[in-house]
Design a protein around this ligand. Structure first.
Ligand code: AMP
Length: 184
């Protein structure tokens, strides 16, 4: 049973690495960005509400995300463990998660912070070519990360379950370090 939270800037490799670990550990990979992109594609009510924020590189309002996470973590497959990718993204969300997990009688094992230099992030995001990967949105997403998400590194460091991993390496090497980190 493993429960992991991934932190890192846009382009740090959270999605790739969370996906690899999830298949190797056979637990769900829960990506709020992916859930939102699907909702937008399927034009659900959530998608309609979220689209303008995602397109602008802004965070979607907490009330939309918190309900979504509560429901997702209450599904039966999440009883066996999970990897959160893209949530929490600000202190309100992190505090909500602590309470939600307490209510579910669960604890996360590790917070894994992928570290990648800024210039590498921008280069990777420009190459990725997702719809919200225009130069302007990329700049905004990185600012939003610095302002709202980066403070979570200290938030979790104080709880002593944070491990930072060098994400500026070949993806296989990063996966290997992550697997070592969670085995410790
Ligand atoms: P990601 O795939 O994690 O890069 O997320 C893509 C976009 O989805 C972000 O730029 C936000 O607009 C939105 N998003 C994803 N996760 C969250 C979250 N936890 N809180 C608010 N907005 C989010």
């Amino acid at each position: 049973m493993t429960r992991l939270i991934f932190l890192g800037a846009p382009g740090a490799g959270k999605g790739t690495q969370a996906g690899r670990l999830a298949s190797s550990l056979e637990i769900p990979h829960i990506s709020t960005g992916e859930i939102l992109r699907n909702a937008i594609k399927e034009n659900t009510l959530l998608g309609q509400k979220a689209q303008k924020y995602v397109d602008a590189g802004e965070l979607v309002p907490d009330e939309l995300i918190l309900d979504l996470i509560r429901e997702r973590l209450s599904q039966s497959d999440a009883r066996e463990g999970w990897i959160l990718d893209g949530f929490p993204r600000n202190v309100t969300q992190a505090e909500f998660l602590l309470q939600l997990l307490a209510g579910l009688g669960q604890k996360y094992d590790w917070v894994l912070n992928l570290e990648v230099p800024d210039e590498v992030l921008v280069e990777r995001l420009l190459k990725r070519g997702r719809l919200d990967d225009t130069e302007e949105t990329i700049r905004r997403r990185l600012d939003v990360y610095r302002e709202q998400t980066e403070p979570l590194i200290d938030f979790y460091r104080q709880r002593q379950l944070l491990q930072s991993i060098d994400g500026d390496r070949h993806p296989e090497q990063v996966t290997e370090s992550l697997l070592e980190a969670i085995a410790s």
